[in-house]
Design a protein. Structure first.
Length: 198
């Protein structure tokens, strides 16, 4: 289970930069904005910490020593796909900007020196996105394998009758699964079930 808040009730944000002063300054800024922020200089230490204390958002430099920000993103995504990542760099390139979003799932690509307003907006958006993703996973995580199959087909727009035909079930069984799905997810109907997948 991924925690939603730190012990003080704040969203968790990790800042990774091999420049200690910059990382600490960004973490202090985020703390002043109400986040539970911590700075790291070493990606391996962050990864080790993350395993036991996941965050909602990571703000990471791209160019570091042995493990750059993109390699970090690849590794951390294997642990947590509901984590928002904001990349930052003092050496911006168009290729890296495109890669940061398309290849590595970054939320934003910030140039140093950082624009504080844009950083804060990106982190706020990242925290909101992460919380939403984790809420969806929690709500759909209790579905049985068969309920998950029915859910996936329903949100693709298939009728109960079509789902029954695809899964070789009776329409009544599909209705029963649909009722269980609605109860487990707290959705009030098909529109809210579809919204869970967006």
């Amino acid at each position: 289970m991924i925690p939603n808040l730190d012990p003080a009730g704040r969203a968790i944000v990790y800042v990774l930069d091999d420049d200690h002063d910059l990382g600490a300054a960004v973490a202090r800024l985020l703390v002043r904005q109400g986040h539970g922020a911590k700075s790291f200089e070493d990606p391996e230490v962050l990864l080790s910490t993350y395993a036991g204390a996941p965050a909602h958002c990571i703000v990471t430099d791209i160019m570091m020593g042995s493990l750059d920000g993109f390699a970090l993103a690849d590794r951390i995504r294997t642990m947590d796909t509901a984590l928002a990542i904001v990349f930052m760099t003092a050496w911006p390139t168009t290729a890296n900007a495109v890669d940061s979003v398309r290849r590595y799932g970054g939320l934003d690509y910030l140039e140093k020196p950082l624009d504080e307003a844009r950083l804060l907006a990106a982190v706020a958006e990242g925290v909101a996105w992460s919380r939403q993703q984790r809420d969806i996973r929690a709500r759909t995580g209790t579905l049985s394998p068969r309920e998950r199959q029915v859910f996936d087909l329903l949100v693709q727009g298939h009728s109960n009758k079509a789902v029954a035909a695809i899964l070789a079930l009776s329409p009544k069984t599909v209705e029963d699964h649909r009722a269980a799905i609605v109860a487990k997810t707290g959705a009030s109907g098909l529109a809210q079930l579809i919204a869970l997948t967006r």
